[in-house]
Ligand binder design. Structure first.
Ligand SMILES: Nc1nc2c(ncn2[C@@H]2O[C@H](COP(=O)(O)OP(=O)(O)OP(=O)(O)O)[C@@H](O)[C@H]2O)c(=O)[nH]1
Ligand SMILES: [Mg+2]
Length: 407
């Protein structure tokens, strides 16, 4: 059962490791994101711990000395949850919990918790519940049993809250039941999608919190919930949008994140069908985020996973109003100039330039360059539309030949 608990502020610490593939800067970035996730889940990060190690300790993930340091801190600072950036094995989770005697979460558990908190419709709730049970199944033995289950808070929403459900068999039954329920909904959704006719389908995709819903709202006059937290959107909204007189369907859906739990990708399969079946993708990027290039990679990786990569795509670089390059003093000869110092103009000359026509720079919030957006989307949709309805080619002239509204 998914439970919506209003969270009292929970004090948490974060733990990450520095490895050969993941240097200190990268770790900091990842922990920044983990802190944002914690905040979204309702927690407050009191301290971050990190340790250099080539391979994680198979028993406790971090080393014994570091663990002792964490244990003391947790005890002295009234910490309610310890959150690891990496996925812990069920055994590691159990061992660490025994030592620290507080809730132990990994990144996957935290993301699942946020999804549980945010799922509003019965469809989204069913999908999240399935992912939670799949995650729970291998972790059942000894999980949380010695903790007060009533306390609630981060990681305590959803399955695992009642004693009975700690039985594997019950969880397995639950999983197959949820799968059946989802299969029924999936069929209905498929029929619904079929009923939409042959209109060109455009999907907004992108990392979480980049402004997809905000953009959806400004171009379609809809009222999709948007806020500065992660995973504001879990359900899919489809709107008919008309640019000039060319109609098409625009879909806003769940955002992606680095290491999006596989359980979620699987159980959100039909939500993501909207993306898989789209004719055109608008890949929205928050260019004001220092890691926007990594975000693009994460999104492309998930698109590959759901077999949606390689579709016609327009890259929409959003939040240009908030883009601020790092400053470099002219007489500073020591600091190396990196892409963090690029102006937008310089960015446009990089790999972005090689993407040709299919790149846009906008601010959905300030409504900057939206005319450019409309024009590019119009052209791309038109191209698909006239292959589908060749006879009304003349109805949809090139954007610029549109007479009165010409730019
Ligand atoms: N500065 C600035 N902020 C923006 C812009 N567009 C959106 N935002 C803000 O970014 C935050 C996230 O916006 P959403 O539209 O919820 O983002 P989303 O991509 O739908 O996020 P998820 O549904 O969580 O995946 C909100 O606080 C918006 O107000 C923009 O162009 N500039
Ligand atoms: Mg959204």
């Amino acid at each position: 059962m998914i439970e919506k608990t209003d969270l009292s502020f929970e004090r948490a610490v974060l733990i990450g490791i520095v490895t050969r593939e993941q240097d200190e800067d990268k770790l900091e970035e990842y922990l920044d994101e983990l802190e944002f996730l914690t905040y979204t889940a309702g927690g407050e990060v009191i301290k971050r711990f990190s340790q250099k190690m080539d391979v994680p300790n198979p028993k406790t993930f971090i080393g014994t000395g570091k663990m002792e340091e964490v244990r003391e801190f947790v005890k002295e600072n009234d910490i309610g949850a310890v959150i690891f950036d990496d996925e812990l094995s069920p055994a590691q989770q159990k061992n660490v919990e025994k030592i620290l005697k507080v809730k132990i979460l990994d990144r996957t558990g935290l993301i699942l918790d946020i999804f549980a908190q945010r799922a509003k419709t019965s469809y989204a709730r069913t999908q999240v519940e399935l992912a939670q049970y799949e995650y729970l199944l291998p972790r059942l033995a000894g999980m949380w049993t010695h903790l007060e289950r009533q306390r609630g808070g981060i990681g305590m929403r959803g399955p695992g809250e009642t004693e009975i459900e700690t039985d594997r068999r019950i969880v397995r039954d639950k999983i197959s039941l949820l799968k059946k329920k989802l299969a029924t909904i999936d069929k209905q959704m498929e029929v619904q999608r079929g009923n939409r006719g042959q209109l060109v389908r455009v999907a907004l995709v992108g990392y979480t919190n980049v402004g997809k819903s905000t953009l959806m709202n400004v171009v379609s006059k809809s009222d999709v919930f948007a806020e500065n937290k992660l995973f504001a959107t879990l359900d899919t909204t489809v709107r008919k949008v008309v640019i000039r007189n060319l109609p098409f369907l625009l879909t806003d859906t769940v955002g992606f994140i680095r290491k999006l739990p596989t359980q979620l990708v699987e159980s959100f399969k039909s939500t993501l069908d909207e993306v898989r079946e789209a004719d055109l993708l608008l890949h929205v990027v928050d260019i004001s985020h220092p890691n926007f290039e990594d975000h693009i990679d994460s999104v492309n990786q998930i698109l590959t996973e759901i077999e949606a990569l390689g579709k016609p795509t327009i890259m929409v670089f959003n939040k240009i109003d908030a883009y601020k390059p790092e400053k470099l003093d002219e007489d500073d000869l020591m600091t190396e100039r990196t892409s963090a110092h690029y102006s937008l103009k310089e960015w446009k000359k990089t790999w972005m330039n090689r993407m040709g026509e299919n790149v846009l720079f906008i601010s959905a919030l300030n409504k900057d360059n939206l005319e450019d957006f409309r024009k590019k989307v119009y052209e791309a949709v038109r191209e698909i539309h006239i292959t589908r309805f060749p006879y009304n080619n003349f109805l949809y002239p090139e954007y610029d030949k549109y007479g009165e509204q010409k730019e």
